[in-house]
Each structure stands twice: as C-alpha cells, then as structure tokens.
Design a protein around this ligand. Sequence first.
Ligand code: UD1
Length: 419
Amino acid sequence: MEALVIRGGASLKGRVRVGGAKNAALPIMAAALLAPGASTIEDVPHLKDVDTMSGVLNALGTPTARQGSTISIDASSIDSTEPPYDLVRAMRASFLVMGPLLARTGRVTISLPGGCAIGSRPIDLHLKGLSALGADIEMGYGQISARADKLSGARIYLDFPSVGATENIMMAASLAQGLTVIENAAQEPEVVDLANFLNAMGARVRGAGTNVLRIEGVEALEPTSYMVVPDRIEAGTLMIAAAATMGALTIENAVPEHMKSITAKLREAGVYVVEDVDGSITVQADSRPDGVDVKTMPYPGFPTDLQAQFMALMCVSSGMSVITETVFENRFMHVAELARMGASIRIDGRSAVIEGQEHLSGAQVRCTDLRAGACLVIAGLVAQGVTEVSEVYHIDRGYERFEEKLTQVGADIERIEKA
Ligand code: UD1
C-alpha cells in the first residue's frame, strides 16, 4: 500500500499544465464501440480509471493500445457483450459501455456498477432512457440484461440532469431510428465533449451544453481521431491548492470558460484570479481566504467534484463558511479526516459548517474517495508538520502524476511504500 508524506508550509509557485479530462476520456472511449474500425483518442491521461476502461474494452474484443497520451481502440468487431464483473465493480464509469453495446450489437449484460462510495448512485435514469428507446431490460442476480432488435428515437425527460445517464442515452440514440430528445439533460463540458466526438464520427447531436439534446439517429458511425478536453477538475484542484498555500500559480491548458464557478468563489474569498492572454489562469493569494458559502450544483454550478478540495481551503479561512452538497447524499467522508488535522467542521444534514483556523496540524489520514484524497493533500500542504495520506490508490484513479506536478511547483511530497 502506498502513502503520500507531505511536509506542509510551502507555497505553490510557477507553472503547471493540466491534462485531458478523465470524465471526458472515459465516455469517449466507450463511444468508440459504436463505430466499426479504429478510433484514436488524444490527450488521454495516465490514470487507473482509464486503464480500467481499456480493460473493459479489451475484454469485449475491441483491443486498445496506448502510445504516450494517445489511445487507439479497434472496434472492428465486438466479441463479447458482457463486460467483466471485476472491472465494472471497480469503476462506475464502466457502465457507460451499456448504451454503445446495446446500440451496436442489440444486447448487453452488465453487473451493477461500483465506484467511489459517495452515495447510493442509482442507475434508474440510465435504464429509463434506454427502455424509452425500445430496450427490453431485465434485472436479477446483481446483473442487468438489455436487448433491442431495433432502437427508436423517443422524448426522454430526466428527473435529474445525470451526467452518466445523459451520456449513455446520447450514445445509444446516435444509432437509433429517428429523433431522440433528452430534456433536463446534463450540460457538463464532458457531455459536450462526448457530443463533439460522436458528431466527429458522423452522429447528429445538437444542443450539447444546453439542457435539451436532440439526437437524429444515423445508420452507422465511422471511426475518428479526437482530442479530449482539458480536465476542469484537475485545474480547479490546482487553483484551490494555490490559494490555500498562498502561492502564485499559473495553470496552463485550462479552459477559463469551464472554470467560472470556481473562479467566482475564489474571487469572493479574496483570491486573485486572472485569465492570461494565452488562455492560462493565474491564481495568487497573499493572505488567508475569507470564508464563503458554496452549494454544489450540476454544471454550470459549483462542481461536486471540487467540494472536498474547497472545504480544505475553507478550513484555513479567516471566517465561517457553509458548504452544501446537493448532488450526492453522502459526500462528506473527508470531514472526519480533516477533523483529525484540527479542522473545525460541524455537519448539519447536507451542509458542513466550517470555522476557519489559522493552521491545520499534520496527522495520519486516509483517502476515502478520489476527491477526498485531493482534499487531504491540500490540507497537508497547508498544515504545520507532516501529514501522511494513506490509500493513495483513490488519488491515482483520477489525478495523473499528482504529487509530481505539485512537487514541480514547490510542494514537499514524497510517495512511500507502506507495509
Ligand atoms: C459523473 C462524474 C463524477 C461526478 C458526477 C456529478 C464521470 C465518469 N463521473 O458521475 O465524477 O461527480 O458526474 O458531476 O463522469 N442519479 C440517479 N439515477 C441515475 C443516475 C444518477 O438518481 O440513474 C443521481 C446520483 O445518485 C447522483 C446524481 O444523480 O446523486 C448525479 O449523478 P450523475 O450525474 O449520474 O453522476 P455520474 O455520471 O455517476
């Protein structure tokens, strides 16, 4: 088991580049199943979740190969429509192969998905959408089987703008007969990126980035080459780390447009954020941030995937703040770990009330999920003394060379092997 040992106190200074977005790369890799032939996807980060998706595709008989940050997927033929349980259990996004497999082959059998333990995370909206397109869905023994000789366009209203459900339905609808309209669709940049990839394959998806998607089904899709959008969650994590350590960090390859909610909240907290002419973002803080309230919301609201990291920042603010989580019902597991470092946080239902402290103190803490792991690393950077963050595999699921990038801009972090 590996751990990160962080000696707190250093300010992050310099330039750092964010990679391609994990949450765009995963659905795009799944979407490559829709087109017979070899698709090439560029700027795919080296992450455990990406390896898991490659494993799923390999197991379906669609071999993947990586060269640097480019992954090619040969979906000339599909040998299996049953993604292996071990891989689906390891990562919820494996479930994104359901729509493409159903649309391309007419059948799929998949186990109920796993992933970060941040709430019950049902899949009812995925199934409701696929069923509206004409799939015959059966559930039992922890598995879901779906069949459809033919998918037909439909009007689908999502009760919640689920990212995964929007993506699964959009992929299936691309090969359905006729028009599909998804109302209350997710508007996340990763959904837009998937729509762009599908359109590059010859799909007809309109309205991506708004809450109504219109997908005119086509007979067949062609393989293509595509570059994944930069990772706004990695960018946001680095912006928060810069603010927390009172540093001056320039983040390259971020899309400022995607960072609006985090930029607004950092500015409200008194942090200096500026978009440079070359598109990079500079974050600078000369004093502790003010306490500000944050509520997570679907895009363009404040992302739930930055809630934990922002909480680490508020733990060292000079005031009170209330962070409300509305997207997932159980995403405060980092609170107990932050408390071990001297944070003062009270949970009240879906809100955490934080009283900022002058300092946190180094402690032994454990990652409970991916973004909680990033939160603890930020807390370790600002804590007095040494923090040891264990169960780092959570961080490796979603951050490429995390401690290496932070070390390059001044952090004192070392990865150690623990018995
Ligand atoms: C994606 C992201 C994840 C992010 C989340 C919300 C990927 C690979 N993962 O996850 O990092 O935290 O969006 O921005 O892109 N829900 C239902 N029924 C469903 C589906 C979802 O009730 O069928 C609920 C979930 O329980 C949750 C909420 O909708 O409370 C949001 O989930 P969703 O948007 O689907 O997240 P994911 O696609 O799983």
